[in-house]
Design a protein around this ligand. Structure first.
Ligand code: PHE
Length: 349
């Protein structure tokens, strides 16, 4: 028979050393290990429980009591230590995972419009200020809008001046990528009766080889005014007004006689070179002028094609390249830089 006093003494002893181990646990994992060792199946406490069978039946209650007390004391110690370690872990993670909401952050960069888009919109604004409306037409056109209605008869050599990209649709050479924005004139005149004051910006396409100033894809803005009593003087004054609006009073317009099938008389117009202010430099090849586009009085044959009476109405039209203007304004030497899609180029503006 085992002595009751021995077992009770052992239990008390276990509580003393056990409490020290528990309090010494530095982490929750260490605490779990200690808990298993002190209170688990193969613990010394469990051995005492097994040993109860070996004491006098009358004394078993006393051993059981001290066993329960020992177990409670150790469980309390574990709970207390667990609470303390959890609080420590939480405090540590608060420090470790702390986010400083007062720092500036990475921020984001705001983009800006492409220079061609910007000039396109500035041009629209100038003409809207002069009382014009903005209209647009399709980039894929028919021969009728791009040539025929504009008084280019079939087989006329003027068609050859505009190297055309045809689309495999309809009859041969019936559908094409518009070679200029002038077909939108026809669409606007079909859709509404005079008075008409419209500008028509958009993309145009020609079978041109890429060089510093020519690209197979480019942008134009077309202008059209149709009303009673419109004169050549109105055309010249309008072009001068928009050049002054964009570049200021020192930059002037110049007109040279030219030919377009859909205007009569026709002219090419230029503006004072903005780089040398007319003195002559490399940009303007020493002439002091930079070519912008074409213009003229609407040919009566065009009015007939859209059922406007040329006896009652007269009008003027003009068209010029937006890309060319952007090259001049921003000093872009090669037109391909505008369309390479290289963000480093666009970022400079
Ligand atoms: N469409 C002509 C071109 O692209 C320019 C132009 C427009 C000429 C309007 C006269 C009138 O060359």
């Amino acid at each position: 028979m085992t002595a009751t006093t021995d077992l009770v003494a052992t239990a008390d002893q276990l509580v003393a050393t056990g409490q020290a181990t528990i309090e010494g646990a530095g982490t929750l994992t260490e605490l779990e290990d200690a808990e298993r060792a002190l209170l688990g199946k193969s613990s010394a406490l469990n051995e005492i429980r097994e040993a109860i069978k070996t004491v006098e039946p009358a004394d078993r209650a006393a051993v059981g009591k001290s066993l329960a007390a020992a177990r409670n004391a150790l469980e309390d110690a574990v709970a207390t230590r667990r609470a303390a370690l959890s609080a420590d872990a939480r405090a540590a993670s608060l420090v470790h995972d702390r986010i400083d909401l007062t720092t500036g952050g990475r921020g984001y960069r705001r983009g800006h419009l492409h220079p061609v888009t910007r000039v396109w919109r500035e041009l629209e604004d100038v003409f809207v200020g002069l009382g014009y409306k903005v209209a647009e037409g399709p980039e894929v056109e028919t021969d009728w809008y791009n040539f025929e209605a504009l008084n280019f008869p079939p087989g006329h050599p003027a068609r050859a001046m505009q190297d055309t990209l045809y689309v495999k649709l309809g009859r041969p050479e019936e559908v094409l990528l518009r070679t200029h924005t002038s077909p939108v004139q026809v669409r606007v005149m079909e859709a509404q009766r005079p008075p008409i004051y419209s500008v028509m910006p958009g993309r145009a396409f020609r079978r041109d080889t890429l060089d510093a100033r020519h690209s197979p894809v480019f942008h134009q803005i077309e202008g059209l005014a149709v009303d009673r009593g419109i004169t050549l003087g109105d055309l010249l004054g309008t072009i001068e007004a928009f050049i002054h609006a964009l570049f200021g009073p020192d930059i002037n317009a110049r007109f040279l006689p030219s030919f377009f099938p859909f205007t009569e008389p026709s002219a090419e117009f230029a503006m004072t070179c903005v780089f040398c202010e007319g003195k002559g430099c490399t940009v303007c090849s020493g002439t002091g002028w930079v070519e912008l586009g074409g213009c003229g009085m609407v040919d009566p044959n065009v009015f007939k094609a859209v059922n406007i009476d040329p006896e009652e109405y007269t009008g003027f039209a003009f068209g010029f390249g937006i890309d060319r203007l952007v090259q001049l304004l921003y000093g872009v030497d090669h037109i391909k830089n505008l369309w390479d899609g290289d963000v480093r180029f666009a970022e400079q503006f």
